[in-house]
Design a protein around this ligand. Structure first.
Ligand code: SAM
Ligand code: SF4
Ligand code: SF4
Length: 340
């Protein structure tokens, strides 16, 4: 296989991060991701035989680690719904070359699963929570789930030794921007790293429009008004969150400005969907079908070559292009499918 450092895409970006969506199912129905009106009881999710098996996921990951991937994130849908996810984690955690194995979850199942996740080899956990206000959070998650359920999940993760925890908060205008300060105060006191995410136009079903985005500038202003913060340097090339520290030295927050300050130039991410498509951008509409290859009698060499070709051909910069043409509407894969 070609030397790792030589595998760069058309915009000279190396492949460094792999996001694996292990299931398209979820126990929440967040309005910005899987709106209940569309993903009701009759919605047909991917059937089990069409999901990539753990062995298949591992084969793809090993090839990508050879190509330069150093960080792997398990996501979904809700990754903790995938049966025996711990078995996958345990094998992934033993692949030499993976420097960080992480997982993003809505937190609901963490009280049951946190300890096992730690034991099987997850290095860091990100929990999503959009408000501490029950009424607001229940409306957003679409399943009437209480804030306390997620806070219990975060507590369980703390107890299992995941510290600090990252907490993702998607901010949508008119929905939860009044929760920003309360969230910042709460997680500052807890010592966890809160990350505000601008509401994105992922997929086609979440009724996104630019007027619903609270910009990172506005978010910084709101926090600064009560708890002064200042920007700090990224910890590594390709880090998507802009980091800020509290001037009183009590921790940091992150802001992901994918809409107002796109970071495509540094984007080193590749995404593997539950049924085996590789997507080179969060806003892709088609992927490379690696399952077809895995389930045919093609050799591993041919699979390596397909994956390499996929990265070499990559020229995605959707968010940069969106800034110059904000109302552009294209066919795009949904977030719960491709993994956040
Ligand atoms: N179910 C898990 C969770 O919610 O943490 C993992 C999958 S979820 C798709 C991954 C992340 O994407 C979450 O933090 C979620 O808030 C974020 N997300 C989903 N839809 C989004 C959107 N339209 N804009 C911004 N972030 C979004
Ligand atoms: Fe489920 Fe996560 Fe999407 Fe919410 S954001 S619906 S928890 S996959
Ligand atoms: Fe990466 Fe695509 Fe997002 Fe740009 S729009 S940062 S290329 S995933």
């Amino acid at each position: 296989m070609e030397n790792k450092s030589k595998i760069t895409d058309k915009l000279s970006r190396p492949v460094k991060d792999l996001r694996i969506s292990v299931t398209d199912r979820c126990n929440f129905r967040c309005t910005y991701c899987m709106p209940e009106q569309i993903y009701g009881h009759r919605y047909e999710f991917i059937n089990k035989s069409s999901l990539l098996t753990f062995e298949e996921i591992i084969t793809i990951t090993e090839i990508l680690v050879e190509m330069g991937v150093q960080k792997v994130r398990l996501t979904g849908g809700e990754p903790l719904l995938r049966y025996k996810i711990e078995d996958l984690i345990s094998t992934l955690s033993k692949i030499p070359g993976i420097k960080e194995l992480t997982l993003t979850t809505n937190g609901y199942l963490l009280p049951k699963k946190a300890e096992e996740l730690k034991k099987s080899g997850i290095d860091r956990i990100t929990v999503s929570l959009d408000s501490l206000n029950n009424e607001i959070f229940k409306k957003i998650n679409g399943r009437n789930v209480d804030v306390s359920k997620v806070l219990k999940g975060i507590e369980a993760a703390e107890k299992a030794g995941f510290n600090p925890i990252k907490v993702n908060c998607v901010v949508e205008k008119g929905i939860n921007e009044n929760s920003i300060l309360e969230m910042a105060e709460y997680f500052k006191a807890k010592g966890h790293i809160l990350r505000f995410i601008e509401f994105m136009d992922v997929g086609t079903l979440n009724q996104w429009n630019l007027n619903k985005v609270v910009s990172s500038k506005e978010i910084v202003k709101i926090i600064n008004s009560k708890m002064p913060i200042e920007p700090i340097n990224p910890t590594y090339f390709g880090e998507v969150a802009s980091r800020y520290q509290y001037k009183d030295g009590s921790g940091e927050i992150g802001i992901i400005s994918s809409v107002t300050q796109p970071f495509c130039g540094n984007c080193t991410r590749l995404r593997l969907s539950p049924e085996g498509n590789l997507f080179t951008c969060l806003f892709s509409n088609t992927g490379t079908d690696v399952k077809k290859f895995l389930r045919s009698n093609k050799s591993k060499k041919e699979l390596e070559s397909l994956i390499k070709k996929t990265w070499l051909a990559r020229k995605d910069k959707y968010s940069i292009d969106r800034s110059s043409n904000p109302d552009k509407s294209t066919k795009k894969v949904e977030m719960y499918h491709i993994g956040g």
